[in-house]
Design a protein around this ligand. Structure first.
Ligand SMILES: *Cc1c(COP(=O)(O)O)cnc(C)c1O
Length: 353
């Protein structure tokens, strides 16, 4: 008997970072924000009218989209929300690509793009990063494809591209859709969101999971011209009319409207990012300059796996991938000053004792 459809056979799903419950780790492995979400979101949670949960939520999350549109400087018709930006990325594959409309992205980037391409049978052209981990946009522009996924800043390297360069790239490939995955953009401040009005082939995808400290509630969004957003909405309505639940809509709207808290926690992470990178360089690590809330660190004569394994024994969790290039590095989320000090003390111990 064969119970499975062709999509199940041979598919390699995305592997999320571990969320262990066996002991309390200093958890620097999944790029969560070390600070709690805005007090305004906690207020919304406490005041939430549970009885209202008997109604379906607003299918297009109107109030949340209005709050996002205002914060991002775009129109309400330029925003679509989903159940995490991973879902929004899934919708972009459904809307824009198919067996004859392939995609291009760097060989080292967010590994979900390849999973979605496999799921939808979309051909992939991969372009190697340069030796300094920057993206080779000139080589990418020459690829045979219908669109691009550009994580900016890139994962897991943290390397960023200025907004004008992304816009110029989009202008240079007018027949293609350019999807800028800005999951970590708030730690860089070079968003292309406002540039989408001048670039009809540019779509920006963002998330509440990182800079807003709301990974647990699952919300992400796309920003782009109304035609692209309309295509995404029709895909959404083929899959789930209500991907963003009522509680999520209210909490995320409060988070977006509390800019002061958001900007302050982002500034704290950015300050620690600089301090942590300097300390890792002093310990002999190679660390590309990061514009995100994590650092990509590798050290001669120590494999990423050894660093990862020894850190885990010391109660510090970082991310490691057993793949070419990546296996010489670990990805380390920037934590609080105390968490980062614990990481550095453990590394000191591992390397020199
Ligand atoms: C974390 C991340 C996402 C997904 O975030 P969600 O939690 O699904 O909103 C998307 N892209 C990149 C590059 C990420 O690192």
């Amino acid at each position: 008997m064969e119970y499975f459809g062709r999509r199940v056979r041979g598919i390699v799903p995305y592997t999320a970072g571990e969320q262990p419950r066996d002991r309390r780790y200093v958890k620097l492995n999944t790029n969560e924000n070390p600070y709690p979400p805005s007090p305004a979101t906690l207020q919304v949670l406490r005041a939430f009218d549970g009885a209202a949960l008997r109604y379906y939520p607003a299918p297009d999350a109107d109030d949340l989209c209005a709050a996002i549109a205002e914060a991002e400087g775009v129109g309400r018709e330029n925003v679509l929300c989903g159940n995490g930006s991973d879902e929004v990325l899934f919708l972009t594959f459904a809307a824009f690509f198919d067996e004859s409309r392939g995609v291009c992205f760097p060989d080292i980037t967010y590994s979900f793009y390849e999973v979605y391409a496999g799921f939808f049978g979309v051909p992939v052209a991969m372009v190697p990063l340069r030796a300094d981990f920057t993206m080779d946009l000139a080589a990418m522009a020459k690829a045979e494809c219908a669109g691009y996924y550009i994580a900016n800043p890139n994962a897991p390297t943290g390397v960023g591209i200025p907004a004008e360069r992304i816009a110029a790239f989009a202008a240079s490939v007018p027949e293609c859709i350019v999807i800028a995955d800005e999951a970590y953009m708030d730690f860089y401040g070079q968003s292309c969101a406002r540039l989408t009005s001048a670039h009809p082939n540019l779509l920006v995808v963002k998330t509440f999971s990182k800079s807003y400290s709301l990974a647990g509630i699952r919300c992400g969004y796309a920003i782009g011209n109304a035609a692209l957003i309309g295509a995404l909405r029709s895909m959404k309505d083929c899959m789930n009319s209500y991907p963003v639940d009522a509680l999520c809509q209210a909490v995320c709207a409060a988070a977006v409207r509390d800019r002061a808290y958001h900007d302050e926690t982002v500034a704290r992470v950015v300050a620690e990012r600089g301090r942590l990178r300097d300390a890792l360089l002093a310990l002999g690590f190679t660390v590309p300059e990061s514009k995100a809330n994590f650092l990509f660190a590798g050290r001669a004569a120590k494999s990423g796996k050894e660093i990862y394994t020894r850190l885990k024994e010391e109660g510090v969790l970082v991310r490691f991938w057993d793949k070419p290039v990546l296996r010489d590095f670990c990805r380390i989320t920037v934590g609080t000053p105390e968490q980062n000090n614990k990481l550095l003390a453990s590394l000191q111990h591992i390397l020199f004792l």
